[in-house]
Structure formats: C-alpha cells, structure tokens
Design a protein around this ligand. Structure first.
Ligand SMILES: Nc1nc2c(c(=O)[nH]1)N[C@H]1C(S)=C(S)[C@@H](COP(=O)(O)OP(=O)(O)OC[C@H]3O[C@@H](n4cnc5c(=O)[nH]c(N)nc54)[C@H](O)[C@@H]3O)O[C@H]1N2
Ligand SMILES: Nc1nc2c(c(=O)[nH]1)N[C@H]1C(S)=C(S)[C@@H](COP(=O)(O)OP(=O)(O)OC[C@H]3O[C@@H](n4cnc5c(=O)[nH]c(N)nc54)[C@H](O)[C@@H]3O)O[C@H]1N2
Ligand SMILES: [Mo]
Length: 807
C-alpha cells in the first residue's frame, strides 16, 4: 500500500479510489466526529497487533483524549500483556520477559512452551543467550515443556512432552513436589512475600488492619508475631511492620479478635497456598498431562535445587490456555518466588525505569506519554469488559498503577493492560451490547488472521460503519475497510523503545530514509487525527525526531546523535536483590505491589472477586469433554512460530519467503495418520465444532499420538481479492477452529484458548478416489478394485460415441 484508498464498491468488493492522505484524514475525522456525537466516544475500537513499533503510546494518547474508555482489540490478551499484568500485581514488574536479561548466566533454563530459535530467529538475543548458557564451562541445565519435539527439546536435559493445554497441572505438580520436599526458600516466603499475612480460615479472605483495630487502614495487613504472641500490623505504605521486634511464622493457626469483639479463626496465606497445592500430586499431573512421573520430579528438583533459574515466556506456557491462563501465570511466578529465583544474578530480573527515589534522570517512558490520568472515572466504567474481565480493565489497572507510581514516580503503562477480549467487541458491534460499536481503527493488525472465530470476526468487521486500516499490504482485514492508509515501515522511522516499558534499558534508532510515496508513520496518523479532533494542544511534537528528543531530555549524557548511534542506552549495569535496598527515605524498597511484598497470595485477584490461588480445570480435552471427543477425537493446538513467517506476514509471493514455506503445515503422528488413511504431504481437513479448514499434513514422531499441531495465521495473498475468493481468508485460517465463547475465556483476563481443542482430521481427497490405491492380488482376480469400478463407469461413453465403442 503506497497511497490512501477510499472504498467505492461494496465492502469486500475490492474497488477503490486513490485519494490524498490529507483528504483521507479529513474524511475520517469528520465521520468519527459524527459517530462520536451520535453514539459517544466509546463507539470506537482500536485494533492492533503485536509489537510492530514503539507507537503504541500514541494510540493510547489519541484514544484517551478522544474520551474513549480504552476499547482495545489486541492479541496481547493472549500474548504477554496479560502475564505482564498478573506479574505486576505479584512482583511489581513484568518479570516474564521476552528476552530474560540473565539468560546467559542462568544455571537452569526452563523453555516452557516457547520456540526460541524460530520466534525471532537464531541470530536474536534470546537464542544466543540460551546457546551461550549451554556452551559455558558449567553448562546450564535445559528443561523444555512442549508437546512438540522442538530444537530446544532436542537439546534438553529433560523434555516434558505434555498434552497441549495441560501445562498448568504440571506447574502445580512442580510446586507440590517442591513444597512437599521442602525444597523452597523459607526465608523468602517469610521476609519478602505476603505468605505470612493472616487470612480467615472460613473463606480465605485476607485480614486487613481495618478489621482488627479501629483506625486501622484497609491497605494494611495482619501477621502473627511470635515474639509477642500477638498479631502485628504491616504498614503497606512504608513497607514495614508497625513494631520493631517481629518474628512472623509462615505457618500456623491463630485466633484473632476483630474490632467488633468477635474472634475469628485464621491461618497464614502460605498455609492456604500449600493446602491448595497439595491437591495436585505428581501422580495426578502425570495422568492428565501424559508426562511420566519421574520426568516431572526430575524437572521440579532441578528447577528448585540447581541454582538460579528462569522460566522463559512462551505462548504454550499458559498464554493461550483459556480458563487456565491466570492460574498458569500465577503458578509460574509462585515457583519463581518460592524457589528464590527472583531478582538474583542468573535468575529472573526485575527492572526499573530509573534509580528509585533519586530524581528523574531517566528516559521518558511510554506511560508518561499516554495520559491515562485524563480518562474520567465515568468514562472508565464504560470500557468493554470493565466488569467482566476485571484484571484487564481499569479495575485491575488502578491499584497496580497506584503501587507503580508510588515506587517509580511515573504511571504504569496502560498499553497493554486495558484490553478487551474479541468476543465482547464482536458482541458490541453485532448486537449493540452493552452499546453499539460503529468504528474501528485497525493499525498493524489483521484480526482476520489473528482473532478467534474468524467467521464471527468477519461478520463484525463487515457490520462496522467505519473501518480504517493502516497497512503495508491489502490483507483480508483491509479488504473490508472503508479507508486503507499506507503505513511507513521500520526503516522509514526513528525509534525509541524500552519494549512497552518492560525493560530498564532503551533501544534507539534513526530512520534509514524518509517514507516513500504517501506512506506515513502510525504516530503521524494518530497525531494528525487528534489535531483534527480538538487535541491540538496535546501533540507538541511535529516529527518523531522531536519525540525522541523529548524522550531523552532528562538524561544529561544523551543527545539525538549519540542515542541513535549507540543504539542501546543502558543507564547502569544490571543489579540484583533490589527489593532489599534501603531507599534514600530510609524505607526498605520491597516490590512495587500494593503491599510492597511479593504477592504469592493475590490480593488483587481476591479484591476483584477471583480466586487468589491457582487451580486447574480441563480445557477442551477428551477428559473434560468426553462427549465431544467421540466426534472429535484428536487434541489440537493451533500454534508454532516459524521463521521467516511473521504471523500473517511474509506470505506475499515474490519476496523469497513464501518459497520456503509455501503451504500451511499440520503436524500429525504416523500412527494416527495410518488409522485415518492420511498420507504425508497431502491436504487434509481439520474440523472442530466451530468449522473446518484445510492444511497440508506432515507426518512424523514429533507430536504425541492423538495430537495435531495446526499452523495459525494463514491466508493466500495470491488468490483473487474479490469474493468469493477473498484471498482464501477462511480456507486454512487456524482460528476458524477456535471457540470464542466467553465461558471458555479466562474470567479475570479474557484470555481465550488456542492450544487445546478437539478436532477430527480426514483427507481432502476420498481415499477411494486416489489414483494409486494399493490393489491386492485377490481383489484384482475378482475384478473388485477401484480400477475395475472406474472402468465400469466408462460404459456411458459407449452411449456418447455409439460408432466407436470404447469399452
Ligand atoms: N518467526 C516468527 N517469530 C515470531 C512471531 C512470528 O509470527 N514468527 N511472532 C512473535 C510473537 S507476537 C510472539 S507472541 C512470539 C511467540 O513465540 P512462541 O511462544 O515461541 O510461540 P509458538 O511457536 O506459537 O509456541 C511456542 C511453542 O509452544 C508449543 N505448544 C503448543 N501448544 C502448547 C501447549 O499447550 N503447551 C506447551 N507447553 N507448549 C505448547 C509449540 O509447539 C511451540 O513450540 O513469537 C514472536 N516471534
Ligand atoms: N490460533 C492462534 N492464534 C493466534 C496466535 C497463535 O499462536 N495461535 N498467536 C497470537 C499472537 S501471540 C499474536 S501477537 C497475534 C498476531 O497478530 P498481529 O500482530 O495482528 O499479526 P497479523 O495478523 O499478521 O497482522 C499484523 C499486520 O500489521 C501489518 N504491519 C506490520 N508492521 C506495521 C506497522 O508498523 N504499521 C502498520 N500500520 N502496520 C503494520 C502487517 O502487514 C500485518 O498485516 O496472533 C494471535 N493469534
Ligand atoms: Mo504475540
């Protein structure tokens, strides 16, 4: 896409008029204003993709100033942004990093549902860190958890070949083994976690200081002090107990008198966690996950005892596990905390925007640009999903933001906490529930390829009154647009990023060239639109170079040239155990959470009405859905990154990438294929209760029997754009198979399930029609073969050509 285009035909008909970018902006602004006047600013949804640029804050800024409650349709709901959020509430930092800074120095690397060599490629920091750790004199132990035999699985000391979607029960079994065998760090639990706080035995409610003393605060907590044989109160604001001489047990039953004089039976939060975990024995996990008990034990033992370890962030490790998602993120960080791997050299690094409590001489963070504080309380409650997936709405954001501001003096980034699960966006567009959504700006996003239930996604996109798409290519999503605007690419723009405020270092870069043709940066689009919609005072930076200058203005040692030439700005070396630091104000730093402790018992979840401890449920599996499994017997995971494909990108023929991966590939075990009459390399149908698609099958022994792995994100740019071809948008798209019903999404976060579905598979060509079907001698002699029958079928030709009988 090199020019702005306006639709002149019917939606999807692919008829356009080329107009100037300015005209497009004028018209879009006018239409948006009209829709805003009629339906309110909440009628707009922004659809975005995974990290394509550092311009996400500009979308937040535009949307906040527009008066939108943050209606964002974003794959971050199943990709990192939600674990970012869960981890913020547990340890005050998105500890599950895309590239763990300590990976080269780790003693144990856990690659949980991640394909690091394919995702980002072998030249990228993550893969290099892993290989560096394996090539040390004291090589790291490598643990891989993946249903597929990946490259890391092959290199691993232990490979847990789980059934897709059963990871959580394995995590819980690790915890069970580690706690049961006392392999955890008691000191950390006692001194740095909220495990010592008291909860009511009857309903697990965390006791608050306001429950036990008259002028006690709700934000403060209650522990038992063995030194006095009485309760002691925890001052969350200052990160200390209100008394000096304190020794808090991590375990025990206590009777506590409340302000109303009644007595309540209590226990420590840690005891409740241990009780919960005791349900998940290694034996139980082994049966559910298909992983031998000995392997689960070996992995858990190694993780807990072999020194500093990290668990790599990966989509198979819970990100796309529907109702088990929250619990998976919680279980992983519980493991990190109790095994003492948090913020230690070689373990899980906790970053910071800049030195805490020592002024603001750090690079301006994304969150400072977003203006989240400008969104009014009455606007916030209108967010789609506000009361449904509360952790990913303002309800989860506000307490995390408060704790973050307190520690770091700046807001917590709202890109990407405030996201709406697609189902709720479809509902709003198609059913007007809870209010009509009429407009969407899709930038760096092809929801027709990424969002669940592709058919419903299409219905929703078609029903919009205004769809604006900012793109490089004419995608299936762009085909449904009213306006397509050409986007400038990464070489045509400068950049400054700490990866959505998740790192403490910054990456900078200059542009390689000015944008060609009429292409503009996404930032330019949001700014220009904002300028037309009454936001003139809030976009002072005309160019992105000026944005970058502003980013670095607080750091004396940086200027534009230096920043872009150095490429990386690391204010100081990695440093560890920061939670133990004494701050300039004399307080112990702790964690940037509401209690300043590591929240292994999630008070945020409890406050919002969710379970504060992890628990396992079956996803769509033969065990969970035995009836469905009769019709759809195979387990399916729609997953697996491959280089050089990037989501739905790199499929346009003629650039050298498509030739490497011409077709979407489904992996299947030999044994299943033999039973099903499926042969390697042929097209097969993959059908779920939602619909069916076709892909080419690759047979082998690298997936377990009974499991198929289907490739996501496929469409065919080479097919005609007009209906009914529509670039083959539904032919092989993995997400046609996916269930988007809200009950199958994680209640707290809206995460949907792409990794454990029930499907059936069958060849696209009826085996009877195969030209090379095997013929037995016996059948041949009897004249009972495919060939004989086909021959018989030719008799009608005799009638067609009576003069020349053929048969
Ligand atoms: N080349 C390339 N690189 C990319 C991308 C791309 O599209 N192409 N996308 C980028 C983005 S946005 C992301 S989020 C990352 C994602 O990168 P990854 O997290 O590596 O994503 P996947 O390869 O989809 O899944 C990882 C692994 O999970 C396994 N798996 C599938 N189901 C399960 C399960 O239920 N349990 C377990 N334990 N494992 C399972 C798969 O076999 C696969 O090996 O990659 C980024 N990098
Ligand atoms: N079943 C299943 N579904 C999945 C996944 C899975 O593993 N399984 N993975 C999920 C994950 S983790 C993710 S992140 C999503 C991926 O979802 P997305 O990141 O939205 O990926 P695409 O669908 O390829 O759409 C991205 C579009 O952005 C365009 N683009 C690239 N760079 C820019 C830019 O700088 N500006 C603009 N304006 N446009 C740009 C590209 O041309 C492309 O068409 O898919 C999710 N969906
Ligand atoms: Mo992603």
């Amino acid at each position: 896409m090199n020019h702005a285009m306006k639709r002149i035909g019917k939606k999807g008909e692919d008829k356009w008029e080329i107009i100037s970018y300015e005209q497009a902006l004028d018209e879009i602004a006018e239409k948006l204003q009209k829709l805003k006047d009629e339906y309110g600013p909440e009628t707009l949804v922004s659809a975005e993709g995974t990290y394509r640029s550092d311009h996400l804050w500009a979308r937040s800024r535009f949307s906040n100033l527009f008066g939108n409650p943050s209606n964002i349709l974003d794959p971050g709901t199943i990709c990192w942004c939600w674990t970012y959020t869960v981890n913020m509430s547990m340890v005050g930092w998105p500890i599950e990093s895309t590239a763990p800074p300590c990976a080269p120095d780790a003693s144990t690397a856990v690659i949980w549902g991640k394909r690091p060599d394919e995702c980002y490629g072998i030249a990228a920091p993550l893969w290099r860190s892993i290989t560096a750790s394996l090539e040390r004199e004291d090589p790291a132990k490598l643990i891989t958890v993946d249903p597929v035999c990946t490259e890391t699985a092959r290199l691993s000391d232990v490979w847990l070949q789980v059934y897709p979607g059963t990871d959580l029960i394995v995590m819980l079994a690790w915890l069970n083994y580690i706690i049961g065998n006392e392999l955890y760090q008691k000191d950390f639990v006692k001194d740095w976690s909220n495990g010592v706080f008291l909860i009511r035995k009857s309903d697990n409610q965390m006791l608050r200081a306001s429950d036990v003393v008259k002028d006690g605060k709700r934000e403060d907590f209650v522990a038992w002090n063995d030194k006095t044989g009485k309760i002691v109160l925890w001052n969350s604001d200052e990160g200390r107990y209100f008394e000096q001489d304190v020794d808090t047990p991590i375990s025990g039953d206590f009777n506590v008198t409340l302000t109303d004089g009644s007595t309540v039976a209590c226990r420590t939060a840690w005891d409740a966690v241990c009780e919960r975990i005791s349900e998940y024995t290694v034996e139980r996990a082994s049966k559910v996950s298909g992983v031998p008990e000995a392997q689960i034990i070996q992995a858990a033992y190694t993780y807990a005892t072999n020194g500093p370890a990290y668990i790599c962030w990966g989509l198979g490790g819970g990100d796309q596990h529907g109702i088990n998602a929250s619990s998976s993120a919680i279980a992983k960080t519980l493991l990190r905390c109790i095994c003492g791997h948090v913020d230690v050299f070689g373990g899980e690094y906790i970053g910071e925007p800049g030195p805490v409590g020592q002024g603001m001489e750090f690079v301006v963070r994304d969150a400072e640009f977003e203006l989240s504080e400008r969104v009014l309380p009455e606007t916030r409650t209108k967010m789609l999903g506000y009361d449904i997936n509360k952790v990913m709405s303002w309800q989860g954001f506000e307490p995390i933001d408060a704790a973050y501001r307190k520690m770091f003096n700046i807001p917590r980034p709202m890109l990407h906490q405030m996201l709406t699960t697609p189902t709720l966006v479809y509902d709003a567009i198609l059913e007007g529930k809870p209010y009509p959504v009429k407009a969407m700006i899709a930038w760096s996003s092809n929801p027709m390829a990424w969002a669940p239930n592709t058919k419903r996604c299409k219905e929703a996109l078609e029903a919009l009154e205004l769809l604006v798409v900012l793109e490089y290519w004419k995608t299936p999503t762009a085909l449904l647009a009213d306006y397509i605007l050409p986007a400038a690419d990464s070489l045509e723009r400068p950049m400054a990023t700490a990866f959505e405020d998740s790192m403490d270092f910054f990456s900078f870069g200059d542009r390689g060239s000015e944008p060609l043709f009429d292409r503009r940066m996404d930032y330019d689009f949001f700014r220009a639109l904002g300028m037309r919609l009454g936001q003139e005072n809030d976009w002072p930076w005309e160019t992105y170079e000026q944005v970058l200058e502003h980013r670095i203005h607080r750091v004396p040692e940086l200027n534009y040239q230096k920043a872009v030439e150095d490429g990386v700005y690391m204010p100081y070396p990695l440093h560890f155990e920061k939670y133990k630091e004494i701050l300039p104000n004399g307080q112990t730093r702790g964690f940037a959470t509401t209690s300043r402790k590591a929240e292994i018992f999630l008070t945020l979840y409890q406050e919002l009405g969710y379970d504060p401890m992890p628990f396992y449920r079956e996803l769509e599996t033969p065990l969970g859905n035995p009836e469905m499994a009769k019709e759809y017997p195979l387990r399916c995971t729609v997953s697996g990154r491959i280089t050089p494909m990037y989501h739905s990108e790199q499929r346009v023929p003629g650039y050298g990438n498509r030739s490497q991966f011409p077709w979407p590939i489904t992996r299947m075990h030999m044994y299943d294929a033999k039973k099903l009459g499926i042969r390697s390399g042929e097209w097969i149908w993959i059908e779920s209760a939602r619909g069916r698609i076709k892909q080419k099958v690759q047979l082998g022994y690298d997936v377990p029997v009974g499991v198929v792995q289907v490739a996501p994100s496929w469409y065919y740019p080479e097919l005609p754009t007009e209906a009914p071809w529509s670039m083959g948008e539904m032919v092989s798209a993995g997400n046609v198979l996916i269930d988007d019903s809200i009950e199958t999404c994680d209640a707290a976060t809206g995460v949907w399930n792409c990794r454990s579905l029930l499907v059936k598979c069958y060849p696209c060509i009826d085996p009877a029609d195969r030209a090379d079907t095997e013929i037995s001698l016996d059948a041949f002699m009897k004249g009972d073969t495919y060939w004989h029958r086909q021959f018989g079928n030719l008799h009608h030709l005799n009638e067609t050509y009576p003069d020349k009988p053929l048969v």
